[in-house]
Design a protein around this ligand. Sequence first.
Ligand code: NAD
Length: 295
Amino acid sequence: MSSRIAFIGLGHMGGPMALNLVKAGHQLLVFDLVPEAIKTLTDAGATAAGSAAEAVKDAEVVITMLPASKHVEGLYLGEDGLLKSIAKGTLVLECSTIAPESARKVSAAAAEHGLRMLDAPVSGGTGGAVAGTLTFIVGGADADLESAQPFLQVMGKNIFHAGDAGAGQVGKICNNMLLGILMAGTSEALALGVANGLDPKTLSDIIAKSSGRNWATELYNPWPGVMENVPSSKGYAGGFGVDLMLKDLGLAAEAALHTRSTTPLGELARNLYSMLSAQGHGGLDFSSVLKLYKK
Ligand code: NAD
């Protein structure tokens, strides 16, 4: 069945996610601050809205995919906030990675306006967004997730209910903290091996079939030329930016402070990506953390 969906935030992730909804036969009204991002979608059959408020006016479902907490709070809350423009009962899927506190705040305000909001951050990168195989980590009410399933299943393959509002963000932050640590650790091990005479591809093959095996060695190798079609073999272009990883590690650090949790490796990883960003590499894919180790 075709639904009217407002999709706001058509960047690296939102663009392909919206495209998959168009391909599935839904009517999309799209908006982004960047006109070129809108054009890709209108070329595929979506309709451009002049503003976020115009996009959501007659929507049955609203989906947002924005950079960070400040963008999400800025869009939904406040005097000119979007919540006022969305019809009561509308399902709102907030897919950005933001602070759990921020997700709870926006979700509570949405409930006051009679809206059904889920925090539904994703994992799987731009490749997963294009292929429609993302993992959704959802926080919110059971019944709302039930209503969201047909839309989430177009964009993703694995859908997890982490708990109440904000729980999706907690799950996402824990996953990304581990990812940041694993990518730094993999880079460290590869650089050590190469400095001691090993070929990076041979060492990667060894690790991929040994106990140090992980997502980076199997699917997203940081060493240029070891794997085709990954950011490291394309000058670290595309993929998941250093500054976005830094943001997620900052969210993990905040969550740790909040609950007095001990996260020494997460903090170390946050400092490594912070150093990389300070060196001017914030826009590169996060696997460029290898630059800090490679001789
Ligand atoms: P992006 O910067 O490519 O896209 C964000 C888009 O939002 C941009 O096109 C921007 O113009 C638009 N935008 C910002 N404020 C807006 C507003 N007020 N109204 C309309 N449009 C607005 O970022 P991305 O890589 O697509 O990531 C989006 C979110 O997904 C982030 O929270 C990120 O942490 C998360 N995420 C990214 C990846 C990845 O691999 N890139 C993977 C998983 C999760």
